[in-house]
Design a protein around this ligand. Sequence first.
Ligand code: NI
Length: 188
Amino acid sequence: MAILKIARMGNPVLLRRAEPVADPTAPEIRRLIADMVDTLLDAEAAGLAAPQVHVPLRLFIFRARPERLTGLAEDTPTGIVAIINPIVEAAGERVALEWEGCLSIPGLRGAVPRPERVRYRGVDAEGRPIDATVAGFHARVVQHEMDHLDGILYPMRMDDFALFGFTEDLMRAAAATAGAPREGGRDG
Ligand code: NI
């Protein structure tokens, strides 16, 4: 197990479409996931996609900690989930605007519009199917990580760059400004 080096915005690995995992149960995939978990915990992050650790494969890990959830009924908490060869689709028309950060864009936060509710499918490292319909933060972190597999970084989803800034300064302004990033909001 190891803490892996994280690619930062500007590195081409973050802009390419990742390749499907041929054998989700392969030992090297299990090792990669274990190292990604170590890396996520070390960074206190909410999610991490394989391209962020310089591995252009279609898998990511994430967690939806109770303190991050929005209160929506389908915003279900999870421990750390690893999903391989995922598919994510919007479930409904509602769009939510919430703050996001990214381990590949350290120190910054932006407000990103995304579908409020999604269905995601894939397999875990034992090859077992995953199929869930979720909302709120859970849906957001899944979409953020899924985007990494398609070479998309969250600023590419933003439509208002007035809602983009350094976390430290946004937090300082939060006392006077509704809608600023929540304390404890961590990167994906
Ligand atoms: Ni990210």
